[in-house]
Design a binder for this molecule. Structure first.
Ligand code: XMP
Length: 519
């Protein structure tokens, strides 16, 4: 493993992902972890991440004591570079001139990291402090106009530092530099491949659950699907999946789960048709928060009933006498990092997906994806033979179309929205834009009517809002500039093919101030 020491969360995750793209497993650890504990994980290399602090600021994070004495090859990046320089006897200075964005480094002597790379390279910088002199034993390998020590290395001890960010795409040879550090500087081997990930995870699930029975709630989303497929591969019929059809899914999605997913995995599926139940619970409710609460509550109740039935025998295959002791969750690595780095700190978030299950249904969690990033989960899904429609599904909110109907939810309105949404998705796919768009909510303004004219007669119908967005992580988003001809096709088809809709609009608000969903 390679340990990425986190000096500021947004940097560490990207570095960890890049290391894995070099086919080397990486984990993020907090900068407060003692060096001995790091060593106990037997790292092949350590990377000190960037971070927002100045090494001179009060309470600024420092390298764990003794970190540079444990004999592990180490790369410092940006703030990590400065921390390394300072800890080993170099000097860090505060500059009046910041260096943010693109810069050019000149390679003074290539050393190991820059060997064979061009003398001048475009890099991405984001710093104000800088290393003004390298510690003794280090050779200065690169500099820029304002940064005398933009690269340094001490080959004898296996220490490397770069002021710029090799992990961002704007650094021209960043991946090459990372690869050199990992393969040559630290002797890592590229063994983190999808085949190995799948094999190891399957083995780990077998070991964890033994002969016991396992239950899993399928939402139709990527994470629960891949998690279930993996567990199925590991333990076959010991797994029962529960799919709650709450009637708020999009056109074709229940079938995707009930037919395509089952066909691809051979999983034991227990479908609960709860459409009526959700509709009546939502009857007349217009407040977004109340809708969410009702949908969440009903979901847990229905899942709970199904689980009880399975646990106490009846509905599912497997030996009913054998109690179900495990529950599969599609928790991903970013959730683990954000809720305490998997370092023993409270990991509350992962339990939240299913929420308060009753006492007599105490499950141990199986979380086969908890070391993986989203892109790895997708690759794993492909490796496991899941259909592309499932693996490449865009994120879809748990409350589904219930929060895309502005106004009360009725069966009629759901049908209208499903038709309009299906057209928008079809046209997006036809234009080859699926992977460029983060998400494409289609929203029905059910309580709004406007006058239109269709086929020589006056109409008084509802508007549909198209909300295509681009994003990296849903925390911020921008409205997607879909080509006019695509918008036009969607608009024409929706007004022609969907009854009650006589107007199509596009939401051109970024997030913030808007959110991605309308409710
Ligand atoms: P907003 O609308 O807050 O959404 O910009 C951010 C992301 O979260 C999704 N979302 C949800 N996902 N349960 C979910 O599983 C929810 O209740 C929920 N609400 C919003 C939304 O689709 C977007 O990807």
């Amino acid at each position: 493993t390679v340990l990425v020491v986190d000096f500021g969360a947004q940097y560490a995750q990207l570095i960890a992902r890049r290391v894995r793209e070099c086919h080397v497993f990486s984990e993020i650890v907090p900068s407060t972890m003692p060096a001995a504990e790091m060593l106990a994980r037997r790292p092949k290399a350590i990377i000190l991440s960037g971070g927002p602090a100045s090494v001179y600021a009060e309470g600024a994070p420092v390298a764990p004591e003794g970190l540079f004495d444990i004999g592990v090859p180490t790369l410092g990046i940006c703030y990590g570079h400065q921390v390394m320089a300072q800890a080993l006897g170099g000097t860090v200075e505060n500059s009046d001139v910041a260096e943010y964005g693109g810069a050019t480094v000149a390679v003074a002597s290539p050393g190991m990291l820059f060997a064979g790379l061009p003398h001048e390279q475009a890099v991405w910088m984001s710093h104000r402090d800088f290393v003004s002199s390298a510690p003794s034993g280090f050779a200065v390998t690169a500099s820029t106009d304002v940064t005398p020590v933009a690269g340094m290395e001490d080959l004898e001890r296996g220490f490397f530092g770069v002021q710029f960010h090799p992990e961002v795409l704007h650094t021209e040879h960043g991946m090459e530099i990372l690869r050199r550090f990992l393969y040559e500087g630290a002797g890592c081997r590229p063994s983190w491949t999808m085949v190995n990930i799948a094999d190891e995870s399957i083995e780990a699930v077998r070991e964890q659950v033994g002969e016991k029975r396992v239950i899993c709630a399928l939402s139709g989303g990527v994470d629960s699907a891949v998690a279930a497929a993996l567990v199925q591969r590991a333990i076959g019929d010991q797994l029962t999946c529960v799919f709650v059809d709450h009637g708020l899914l999009r056109k074709g999605e229940p079938e995707q789960v009930e037919k395509d997913f089952v066909a691809a995995t051979g999983v034991n599926l227990h479908v609960v048709d709860a459409q009526e139940r959700f509709l009546s619970a939502l009857d007349g409710v217009t407040d977004p928060e109340r809708k969410r609460k009702i949908i969440g509550r009903e979901f847990i109740r229905v899942f709970e009933e199904a689980a009880r039935e399975i646990v106490h025998g009846g509905a599912a295959a497997g030996d009913p006498a054998e109690p179900v002791e495990f529950l599969v969750q599609g928790t991903l690595y970013p959730d683990v990092v954000e809720s305490g780095g998997g370092t023993g700190a409270a990991n509350i978030k992962s339990h939240h997906n299913v929420g308060g299950l009753p006492e007599d249904l105490q499950f141990e969690l199986v979380e086969p994806l908890r070391t993986l990033f989203k892109d790895e989960v997708r690759a794993l899904g492909e490796q496991l033979g899941l259909p592309a429609e499932i693996v490449w599904r865009q994120p879809f909110p748990g409350p589904g179309l219930g929060i895309r109907i502005i106004g009360a939810v009725t069966r009629d309105r759901l049908d209208i929205l499903r038709d309009a949404d299906a057209i928008a998705r079809e046209e997006l796919t036809r234009a080859g834009l699926d992977r460029d768009i983060w998400q494409f909510p289609v929203v029905l303004l059910a309580d709004v009517r406007s006058v239109g004219v269709q086929g020589d007669s006056r109409t008084y119908g509802h508007p549909i809002v198209l909300r295509p967005v681009t994003s990296e992580d849903a925390m911020t988003a921008d409205w997607a500039k879909l080509p006019y001809d695509v918008l036009q096709r969607i608009s024409t088809r929706i007004t022609n093919e969907v009854r009650e809709i006589n107007r199509v609009t596009v939401d051109i608000t970024s997030k913030p101030p808007g959110t991605i969903e309308w409710e």
